[in-house]
Design a protein around this ligand. Structure first.
Ligand code: 5GP
Length: 126
């Protein structure tokens, strides 16, 4: 089901199950704020997902409801993951899909981190 961006949090979504350890993942990094793991269908040589440990549907939900500490912890972790993966010199892309037009599939806020080679244009014409 596509995510509308206004849906209530569904604790049966795939990332909630990953956070609970019900589904395995290839973890890159975790701390009290985030879990970062390799995307199951990578779209770049490096494709990592960074997700907050709290229950938020979307970027908007995270910005509206998360504590300042959790928001800071999340973004500091994103930067740290990029650095740990050795992406800072060559560069990388952060992307977060929100709702229908963006094609968000998983209703747990996440940031895609792409790198490891040239990433092409920012948006492919559909
Ligand atoms: P969205 O379209 O919601 O922004 O991105 C969801 C991402 O989650 C997709 O890139 C998809 O490949 C990834 N994904 C979906 N299910 C799983 C899973 O079970 N494990 C992992 N590691 N990634 C998943």
């Amino acid at each position: 089901m596509p995510v509308t961006g206004l849906d209530p949090y569904d604790d049966q979504n795939i990332f909630a199950k990953i956070l609970r350890g019900e589904i395995p993942n290839k973890t890159v990094y975790q701390d009290e704020f985030v879990l970062a793991f390799h995307d199951i269908a990578p779209q770049a040589p490096v494709h990592v997902l960074v997700i907050p440990k709290g229950a938020y549907v979307s970027a908007r939900d995270f910005a509206a409801r998360a504590s300042d500490q959790d928001i800071a912890g999340f973004w500091r972790a994103v930067g740290r993951v990029a650095a740990d993966l050795g992406l800072e010199t060559e560069g990388y892309r952060l992307l977060s899909n929100h709702g229908l037009n963006a094609g968000q599939e998983v209703p747990h806020f996440h940031v895609h981190l792409f790198g490891g080679g040239p990433l092409g244009r920012m948006i492919q014409p559909s």
